[in-house]
Design a protein around this ligand. Structure first.
Ligand SMILES: [Zn+2]
Length: 118
């Protein structure tokens, strides 16, 4: 399952970061997920909650920001919005387009509470 593997890698990254920063707990995690990445936000939230259950990220608020898809046409050079990765160029009809945005799956911010601030 795509979302479970993604959730596990997010939790691993968050736990490594928390350990490095000496965090007591993680309060929030901001993700950027491209609209072409074929990730179901609700499934990811569910998997994240399961993957984070034992660790420092347990109970952290998950904020998912959508990154719109965009592609560059190799024929006419236009950069256009993509709703799917199979869209054709609206200017000249060329396909496939080179995808330049919307495939990202990354952790943008990790909000931690350190042991000093109680
Ligand atoms: Zn074109």
């Amino acid at each position: 399952m795509h979302e479970m593997a993604l959730a596990e890698s997010i939790v691993q990254l968050v736990e490594e970061t928390a350990a490095r920063e000496g965090a007591r707990r993680v309060s929030c995690i901001v993700l950027e997920i491209g609209q072409l990445a074929a990730v179901e936000s609700e499934a990811l939230r569910f998997c994240f909650a399961a993957a984070a259950r034992q660790g420092v990220a347990c109970g952290a608020a998950l904020e998912i920001r959508d990154v719109p898809g965009s592609g560059r046409c190799g024929a006419c050079g236009e950069t256009v919005a993509l709703l799917t990765r199979y869209d054709i160029c609206p200017a000249c009809g060329h396909a496939p387009l080179e995808i330049v945005g919307g495939l990202e799956m990354r952790v943008r911010e990790i909000g931690i509470e350190s042991s000093e601030e109680v």
